[in-house]
Design a protein around this ligand. Structure first.
Ligand SMILES: C[S@@+](CC[C@H](N)C(=O)[O-])C[C@H]1O[C@@H](n2cnc3c(N)ncnc32)[C@H](O)[C@@H]1O
Length: 357
């Protein structure tokens, strides 16, 4: 049985500082909460809350709709390895901004592929940018495949496990969410072949690939062992719209899909990059492209950086060399992405609101 995925986002508040695209993904989901009757004693659960900065935006949006003196139980759930201490630092602001409400918070360090709260206790569940995380570690990169080949084959390889994970997630949440309650999901999807052929580049994959091409360079220079490259197995799967919708339809006796929309969400740095290029000379355009590439690499490393460090340690790299090598990897990746050129800013997001029957 493959090992469970247990490594969370990069620590040291790094995720909170580099998650602006996820902020925009979440913000676009907020209207899905707006016509829900929340009552005056509501329990909201955020499944996969990470270090909390985005979770607070969603929780505040819900709290804004509660009448004075209402009670709100706010549940923040993520993997045990998640840096909950960053989230804890954000809580006083939430209490302070809502003096007329009675707010009760709980943190749950447990995988959402397990039961995490008592049956029938949650009014509204939320999962934003989390459902693409697989329960188990997928097959690592075979040693005879290049990074590019590995990424080309990965969607088909991971789709069956992702299908099973969605079933498990919907079953577990079906137990936890009250009858008549809601589950709001913003799930990272994938582009269609048609879109990739004509209009879009796959932003997530470009950012991943550039990190691993940088690692390949370090390995070829003898700075990290080649076997570290074989550990590449980020446990994510960007779902196709068909898989997502058919996976939910399987649960038509538990969940009604009240709303659904697919939207493309760009990293906000892309708009800044485009603006900086307007009427700019070549030098300024190059500087804007460099800044954009830097932000993209920081974005992906805030998600997978701690995994990369663990693989290096497991492959025999001395602990005292990790930080220096990581800095080098970051610099090389930024340079590679800058040379490749900007593009691939959008992520397809599948938004839905399900009602528990
Ligand atoms: C990209 S972050 C999204 C965080 C947050 N929802 C947001 O919108 O910014 C994905 C989060 O899912 C969490 N995650 C991944 N697998 C998980 C699991 N099995 N159980 C609980 N959380 C998980 C990660 O630890 C991480 O914090």
């Amino acid at each position: 049985m493959p090992q469970c995925n247990s490594i969370a986002m990069a620590g040291g508040n790094t995720y909170n500082e580099n998650c602006q695209q996820q902020t925009d993904v979440l913000t676009a989901a907020l209207p899905l909460f707006d016509d829900i009757d929340l009552g005056t004693n509501v329990t909201i659960a955020d499944y996969g809350c990470s270090q909390g900065s985005n979770s607070m935006i969603m929780m505040q949006h819900v709290l804004n709709r509660l009448p004075p003196s209402s009670a709100a139980s706010l549940i923040f759930e993520d993997l045990p390895s998640n840096e909950f201490s960053s989230l804890i630092k954000l809580l006083p602001q939430l209490y302070g901004s809502n003096p007329s409400l009675k707010i009760y918070t709980s943190l749950i360090p447990r995988s959402f592929y397990e039961p995490v709260v008592a049956p029938g206790t949650v009014d509204v569940g939320f999962a934003s940018c989390t459902l693409h995380w697989l329960k188990r570690m997928p097959m690592p990169k075979p040693s005879n495949e290049t990074v590019l080949e590995y990424y080309a084959k990965r969607p088909d390889r991971n789709a069956p496990a992702a299908k099973e994970d969605l079933r498990e997630f919907l079953t577990l949440r079906g137990d936890e969410i009250k009858r008549g309650g809601y589950l709001v999901i913003s799930c990272i999807g994938c582009f269609t072949d048609e879109e990739l052929a004509h209009e879009y580049k796959d932003a997530t994959i470009i950012r991943h690939r550039v990190v691993f091409r940088a690692a390949e360079q370090l390995a070829n220079e003898g700075k990290i062992p080649l076997k570290a490259m074989e550990k590449i197995n980020i446990p994510i799967h960007d779902r196709s719209e068909d898989d997502f919708l058919s996976g939910i339809r399987e649960f038509s006796d538990t969940w009604v899909m009240e709303k659904y929309e697919r939207k493309l969400i760009s990293h906000p740095a892309y708009y800044r990059f485009l603006k900086a290029c307007q009427g700019a000379d070549e030098t300024k355009k190059a500087a804007a492209a460099k800044e954009y590439a830097g932000i993209m690499v920081d974005w992906i490393l805030a998600v997978i950086g701690d995994m990369v460090k663990v693989w290096w340690l497991e492959s025999g790299v001395e602990a005292k060399r990790i930080d220096g090598l990581y800095q080098e990897l970051t610099t090389v990746a930024k340079d590679l992405l800058w040379k490749e050129g900007p593009g691939g800013a959008e992520m397809p997001i599948l938004y839905t609101r399900l009602r528990r029957l």
